[in-house]
Design a protein around this ligand. Structure first.
Ligand code: TEU
Ligand code: CA
Length: 560
């Protein structure tokens, strides 16, 4: 197995806007992150991935960029950035930036030029199309609801936006645009950035015949996914980007965000011989427990929703490339609310999920707040939401009568991205120690019970368990590079696997529910062969060759 810093490190994703506000304007900022670098070092974090920090009108919280080379006003200045990067490197940590090059803000100078006229030199930096029979060019709906086309009066043509209408898609067939984007990456590489998470990167190419999509039951628009995702031309763009980036610095890490990609096809991007990406952020954990309707959820099925996926990713050949291990990010709900039990067994289930994440082969990406078991915000009213998608989808679902406003709101408590964007809970002071002023989005009401300060003092806290589990991973390279072999895949409650590297073997037993299953040791293995490394319970044991597990109990054993 080829070694790399980005394979061995523990990564942590910071949603900057909600992490720490240093200047008291209610919005997180770069100086706030600098204040918390020692906390991250103490936790055992090696790699920090920041959601977008470039200038943006924040229609989609930074994913609509109006200046790719400057810092968002609310987050600080380029000087703050240089200070942050220097502090990260002095801490022996690395920085990965979010690179958003599928689209820009409609307030970017290029788009302002592009919409001025059909013969403007920037016109085909973006994707314009005449209407059809007085309407949009086709029936595509954006990911955020509404049509994927926006009419621009100035020239009477429509522009394409897969996301919000303030996020016009770039035309990646334009070589000048390609060069502008590479040059911009070079600017950040020259500043010392260690890698990039490349946003919506497998959407760079679209089918320019723009055929209508099939309108599925319960949907208002045509499904466009096969015309805008994973088209073959994407690979050429990625090879070109990688060649350029690595010509400037060899040990960069390039991580693509790629919907519609999983363990069985990620090699098309991460295959070592492909020369494209080092890892891909997939969406496998987003859809776990997703109900029939966009706003509904159902109980999780361990085998086909967790084991098939985790084991699938763990079982890939080395030549297929590497992978991140993560549950949540800024586009999903809180891990322990979606996959664990955030009421009766918050601590036990959060620690169980931490163990699964930190004993797998792949780079663990901990989403900020998961290390203290932050939960969804169940008390939010519609007025408390900030995500542009909440309101565009409100039109599609509530105003079109598909669901009542009351049921849509209940659904948001279980499915909205804003659940994972509530302010980081540092202590039990007003605004949870995130800010001295009212935050841009309401603090979760449980911050007095769930916060960093309280958990630092509690040896049995989720935070201290993450710290311990990270140390266990660092002390046992078998957990980083070791082979993975699942035991008894068909068990519907227990997830059990062996990690092995040379003569080292570690057995991981995970009870995924609030039940009390018994694990019978496989033949050839006896209790006397097991040495407990870590568990989320104080271990009681019988003398038989079986292990009784309590709700959400995990056991990590060294085979001696
Ligand atoms: O999300 C990308 C995204 O949502 C699409 O890739 C799509 O959901 C997927 O391909 C479906 O299979 C990124 C950011 O993470 C998100 O926060 C932004 O809102 C979005 O891009 C637009 O920049
Ligand atoms: Ca601030």
């Amino acid at each position: 197995m080829t070694r790399a810093w980005w394979k061995e490190g523990i990564a942590y994703q910071i949603y900057v806007r909600s992490f720490k506000d240093a200047n008291g304007d209610g919005i997180g900022d770069l100086q706030g992150i600098i204040e918390k670098l020692d906390y991250l070092k103490e936790l055992g974090i090696d790699i920090i991935y920041l959601n977008p920090i470039n200038k943006s009108p924040n229609d989609d919280n930074g994913y609509d960029i109006s200046d790719f080379r400057d810092i968002m006003d609310e987050f600080g200045t380029l000087e703050d950035f240089d200070q942050l990067l220097k502090a990260i490197h002095e801490n022996g940590q690395r920085l990965v930036l979010d690179l958003v090059i599928n689209h820009s803000s409609d307030e970017h100078p290029w788009f302002i030029e592009s919409r001025k006229g059909k013969d403007n030199p920037y016109r085909d930096y973006y994707i314009w199309h005449p209407g059809k029979d007085g309407r949009e060019p086709n029936n595509w709906g954006s990911f955020f609801g509404g049509s994927a086309w926006q009419l621009d009066e100035a020239t009477g043509e429509y522009y394409l936006h897969l996301f919000s209408k303030k996020q016009p898609d770039f035309n990646w067939r334009n070589e000048r645009l390609q060069n502008e984007m590479k040059d911009m990456m070079g600017y950040w590489i020259d500043k010392g950035v260690d890698g990039f998470r490349m946003d919506a990167i497998n959407h760079l190419e679209k089918d320019h015949s723009f055929p209508d999509g099939k309108v599925h039951e319960g949907q208002v628009y045509g499904n466009f996914i096969k015309y805008v995702q994973n088209l073959p031309e994407v690979h050429g763009y990625l090879k070109d980007i990688r060649n350029y980036a690595l010509s400037k610095r060899e040990d960069l890490v390039l991580i693509g965000e790629t919907g519609g990609v999983s363990y069985d096809n990620a090699f098309i991007y991460t295959g070592i011989d492909r020369g494209e990406l080092d890892m891909t952020f997939h969406f496998d954990m987003h859809s776990v427990g997703k109900g029939k309707k966009d706003w509904e959820r159902r109980p999780i099925r361990l085998i086909d929703e967790i084991k098939d996926k985790f084991t699938g990713w763990q079982s890939r050949e080395e030549e297929d490339g590497w992978c991140p291990i993560f549950y949540s990010n800024h586009d999903t709900t809180r891990t322990v609310s979606r996959l664990g039990d955030d009421k009766k067994y918050l601590k036990e289930s959060a620690k169980m999920l931490a163990t699964l994440q930190l004993t797998g082969r792949g780079t663990p990406f901990i989403y900020n707040g998961d290390e203290i078991g932050m939960t969804n915000a169940y008390e939010y009213g519609l007025e408390d939401y900030r995500d542009v998608a909440v309101f565009t989808k409100y039109k599609d679902f509530v105003e079109s009568g598909l669901v009542s406003a009351e049921d849509y709101l209940k659904g948001l408590h279980l499915t909205s991205r804003d659940n994972s964007r509530t302010p980081m809970q540092w202590n039990d002071s007003q605004y949870a120690g995130f800010s001295s002023d009212e935050p841009w989005i309401k603090v979760n009401k449980n911050y007095k019970e769930i916060n960093v300060e309280a958990q630092m003092k509690d040896p049995n806290s989720i935070l201290n368990y993450y710290k311990e589990m990270i140390q266990v991973r660092n002390d046992n390279p078998v957990l980083v590079y070791g082979d993975f072999k699942e035991i008894n895949h068909d068990d519907e409650e227990l997830y059990v696997y062996m990690r092995s590297l040379e003569d080292k073997e570690v057995l991981v037993i995970i009870n995924f529910y609030d039940k009390k299953p018994v694990f019978n040791l496989p033949s050839g293995l006896a209790k006397s062969d097991l040495e407990l490394i870590i568990s989320n319970y104080s271990c009681k044991d019988n003398d038989r060759n079986e292990i009784e597990l309590r709700p959400y109990e995990v056991r990590v054993y060294r085979i001696v």
